[in-house]
Design a protein around this ligand. Structure first.
Ligand SMILES: [Zn+2]
Length: 261
């Protein structure tokens, strides 16, 4: 009898304690899951910021005293890239093309023509997947493979990076900073606005209204799905030049920077 009591005396607290600790652990797991679930939208919002990155050099606008803007094209090279080159040539403009590695490997001749025309080439990842919530190995390979093909195709200038969809969070900025690469974002991107992107006149109006000295303009002109941007391009260039803006590449605009106060 006394052994039984002793048995009960020692086992009951143990049982209560272990059930409490299981409940406690479940509670903490639940808290962590809820935190992660509610943090994801916040993290996505942070990842999309064009005017903030936790480390490394980035530009969404360039401080300058000159009345100049950078013109950048994302994606491709695609079917319309030669038309873009012809328009830029007509307006005597050098721009920056953020191209993907996968598309350059499929279109080496088109890429070579962009390089030969004297434009700047930027790295827009290999496969155009958002480089957030991805492994360091994947992110490094997207950046490095693309730089390699840009060099293999004969480009000699500085290569800057523009993240697909403009998204960056933790490892990508860290890696770009570690490898001394600069991130280029934008402050004028009319065709990212769905209410503007199908109407060339709206794209022109939005660009000329929002542009300021040092702006980095982003357009998507490589595919038929965004033909309004291509149609708008000559009028955009005409309007900017009529307003007295020099339209140039990111690298050229960076040469004319004034330090932030
Ligand atoms: Zn893109």
């Amino acid at each position: 009898m006394s052994r039984f009591l002793r048995y009960q005396h020692y086992t009951l607290p143990l049982f209560v304690e272990s059930s409490l600790s299981v409940r406690k652990r479940l509670f903490f797991v639940l808290i962590i899951l809820v935190t992660i679930a509610s943090a994801k939208p916040v993290l996505l919002r942070i990842a999309h910021l064009t005017n903030w990155q936790w480390t490394g050099t980035y530009h969404s606008h360039i401080q300058t005293r000159h009345k100049a803007v950078a013109l950048t094209f994302d994606d491709g090279p695609g079917p319309a890239s030669d038309s873009v080159l012809a328009i830029l040539n007509r307006f005597d403009v050098k721009a920056t093309f953020f191209l993907t590695g996968a598309e350059m490997s499929l279109e080496p001749e088109r890429t070579a023509r962009i390089i030969a025309a004297g434009h700047e080439i930027g790295n827009h990842s290999w496969s155009h997947q958002a480089l957030i919530f991805r492994s360091p190995v994947f992110i490094r390979s997207e950046v490095e493979r693309t730089d390699s093909i840009i060099r293999a195709l004969g480009y000699k200038g500085a290569i800057r990076f523009r993240p697909p969809f403009g998204t960056k969070l933790i490892y990508l900025p860290y890696y770009l900073n570690q490898t001394n690469r600069h991130t280029i974002l934008w402050d004028v991107a009319p065709d990212l606005d769905l209410s503007l992107r199908f109407n060339p006149d709206s794209l022109v109006r939005s660009t000329t209204r929002n542009v300021r000295p040092g702006s980095i303009i982003l357009l998507h002109t490589m595919y038929d799905s965004v033909s309004a941007s291509l149609s708008a391009l000559p009028t955009i260039l005409n309007s900017l030049q009529a307003q007295g803006y020099k339209v140039t590449s990111v690298g050229d605009l960076l040469k004319n920077t004034t330090p932030d106060r």
